[in-house]
Write a protein that binds this ligand. Structure first.
Ligand SMILES: Cc1cc2nc3c(=O)[nH]c(=O)nc-3n(C[C@H](O)[C@H](O)[C@H](O)COP(=O)(O)OP(=O)(O)OC[C@H]3O[C@@H](n4cnc5c(N)ncnc54)[C@H](O)[C@@H]3O)c2cc1C
Length: 394
């Protein structure tokens, strides 16, 4: 019994309340999600295998290069476009939205915003079309939230850089052809100022995939450890200027947090839509579940919180588009939307009773996926910390 409803079917959110062009982009993304992603979403989660075929199709459709400038083969959409698309894709499968978010929003975005023209020409066209798989390596075994404490070392020996260290929990790490990563070129005491951004390609001697990491949600996204052992890369693999790496990492993460918030909204909407369909057809004590006030109010609360999360997300994207400082808005949207997704998915399971906790329905997957969003790209605590710093210390 898999009663998974199509994205948008019976949705209380049929339209994006922004410009018409975004409504068209939403429709374009929803068509692909319904046709290509929904049918394989459960299998990706169950097998935890990287969905290479889907990745290829996403690349051909343009989803993996939505923000890459058109001159480099992407669609050249702004962040609002990426948000609208990301919500639709996550509604069908958070794992698929991770493929898009990491490729487009993280790896390609670093190169597009900070790379040299040679780096852009070399990497972006293939990333945009999904012919290369990209990853973003910041987190390490000993440094996640405190990214300025990374210890992967890049030693300049006059001819190039020699990299030693490892990266942890890297999405698409198992399969990546191109990895944008961050390493310490200065002393540990330099903190954030001693970090530089680099790019490394699969097959470079001294660079390898370490262990595959199995996680509870966003499964099938090739999460892995990446290892550098005397890996030599030329100076031309530096992205931006030496010492600017932390700034680059945080600038890009600020944008991608808005994307993560949109994904959380998508997951929560999927859980709500499934619940709305279910309560109308499930009879209990001779009445549809939808006639019980306790259930009706749960649905009302779910829809209200999702709308609030969605508005925060769209607002953050609007502030980003205006060129203003959007760190506060991104932090608010990211933690509120991911916590909302967890809350909504938990309610959705309650509404479905035994079916909710069973593997017959996708609801338990939605909850596991939602929890991942509470952790990646800066945990909820880190977002509150950023926010409180912006509010109290500036
Ligand atoms: C599925 C998945 C995919 C990922 N993909 C990537 C990727 O592609 N690239 C990448 O670089 N990283 C990736 N990550 C790593 C992710 O960004 C980190 O896991 C996350 O930032 C948290 O870091 P940590 O795991 O080291 O936890 P820690 O930093 O050790 O945090 C532990 C706890 O301390 C809390 N904490 C931290 N700071 C504060 C504070 N100031 N005040 C109060 N509490 C605090 C945290 O909220 C958390 O509850 C991924 C992780 C997962 C699970």
């Amino acid at each position: 019994m898999n009663t998974e409803v199509e994205p948008g079917a019976g949705s209380p959110f049929p339209e994006v309340h922004v410009k018409q062009e975004y409504a068209e982009i939403q429709k374009w993304a929803r068509e692909f999600a319904t046709r290509e992603i929904l049918p394989v979403a459960e299998k990706i989660d169950r097998t935890d295998e990287y969905p290479l075929q889907l990745q290829k199709k996403m690349g051909e459709y343009g989803l993996l290069g939505i923000s890459v400038p058109q001159e480099y083969g992407g669609l050249g959409l702004d962040l609002m476009g990426a948000v609208v698309v990301g919500e639709e894709i996550a509604k069908a499968s958070l794992s698929a939205s991770f493929l898009m978010g990491v490729q487009n929003g993280l790896a390609a975005n670093v190169i597009a915003k900070f790379g040299t023209s040679e780096q852009k020409s070399k990497y972006l066209p293939r990333l945009a079309k999904g012919e290369s798989i990209g990853a973003y390596g910041l987190t390490e075994p000993g440094a996640g939230s405190d990214a300025a404490a990374i210890s992967t070392k890049a030693t300049n020996d006059g001819q190039g850089y020699v990299i030693n260290g490892s990266k942890m929990f890297i999405t698409q790490g198992m399969v990546a052809d191109v990895v944008v990563f961050f390493a310490r070129t200065g002393a540990a005491e330099d903190g954030a100022a001693g970090i530089t951004a680099f790019v490394v390609e699969k097959g470079t001697p001294g660079f390898r995939v370490g262990q595959k990491l199995e996680v509870m949600g966003a499964r099938g996204t090739g999460t892995a450890e990446l290892v550098f052992e005397d890996c030599r890369i030329p100076p031309s693999n530096v992205i931006g200027h030496p010492g600017d790496g932390f700034l680059i990492a945080m600038t890009i993460l600020g944008e991608s947090r808005i994307g993560a918030a949109a994904a959380a909204v998508g997951v929560a909407e999927a859980a709500l839509e499934q619940s709305m369909a279910y309560v109308k057809k499930r009879n209990i004590f001779n009445r549809p579940l939808s006639k019980y006030e306790a259930i009706r109010f749960m649905i009302a609360d779910m829809a209200t919180r999702i709308s609030a999360a969605r508005l925060l997300t769209l607002h953050a994207a609007t502030v980003q588009a205006s060129g203003g400082d959007f760190m506060k808005e991104a932090a608010m949207a990211k933690y509120f939307a991911s916590e909302t997704a967890v809350w909504v998915c938990e309610r959705a399971i309650q509404i479905h009773g035994g079916y909710g906790v069973s593997k017959m329905l996708p609801l338990e997957r939605f909850l596991r996926d939602a929890k991942i969003l509470d952790i990646v790209e800066g945990t909820s605590e880190v977002q509150r910390w950023i926010l409180s710093r912006e509010l109290l210390d500036r």
